[in-house]
Design a protein around this ligand. Sequence first.
Ligand code: A2P
Length: 279
Amino acid sequence: TPVTEAQKIKPVPTLPDAQTVTEVKHWTDRLFSFRCTRPASMRFRSGEFVMIGLMGDPDPKTGKQKPLLRAYSIASPSWDEELEFYSIKVQDGPLTSKLQHIQPGDEIILRPKPVGTLVHDALLPGKRIWFFATGTGFAPFASLLRDPQTYEDYDEVIITHTCREAGELVYGAELIEGIKNDELLRELIGDENLAKLKYYPTTTREESPKMGRITDLMRSGEAFTDLGVEPLNPETDRAMICGNLAFNLELKEMLEDYGLEEGANSDPKHYVVEKAFLD
Ligand code: A2P
């Protein structure tokens, strides 16, 4: 059959589950965030993650390419028409060594099957919710903090973020600023609800207004004094944890000591945990 003009100018085949990058921001030499198009039919609950990635290098023997995918928390709220992700850059990381070079117009692979435990459904009703993050573990909370339900469900919302250096706090700090100053978000969440939000950033390896690991600051009581709240109590407090493995384990043990129990989608309780992605 003759080749038609339309066939000749057909673009190169797109990736399976392709989405187009719309914006990329580099925060430090170790951190960047990006936004991409959202599949029209994809629904998710704030705090969930999806598998995203790029095509891997061709297999030297067969020449075949396989997708290289990792779990990434969705950092954007569910009402946003685009998706946002917050990522580490690892120079020899199989995925992030490549992903850090994406630019607007590029395609990424996104499997539109959101899952995860950092969701409101996995917690029993409470008065105060704590979001505990280290590093890129801030991502699921970037979604939850922009979700009106977070403020409807709780009288008080506390987000703690511990990073090595001050520059690693900027994505989160700007996001909080954005929530407090963005007209659309203020309208969506409500000024009286935004007053419920308390932000507690700390650094461990560089000078900043508040230094120390959140775990140590809670053990000494300093964090509670600074925030003007009582230590956690299973009657009133709910928590979500997302950070590096050692942090998750240590904080989990502390929450258990306060009397909180781990919940799940099928069995809501007092707190939930998820590991932040590391390439
Ligand atoms: P530190 O600098 O004292 O190790 P990373 O970049 O290695 O994932 O760490 C992110 C932040 O989490 C760092 O500030 C680090 O502090 C902190 N951190 C690491 N392990 C723990 C832990 N077990 N408890 C509390 N904070 C931790």
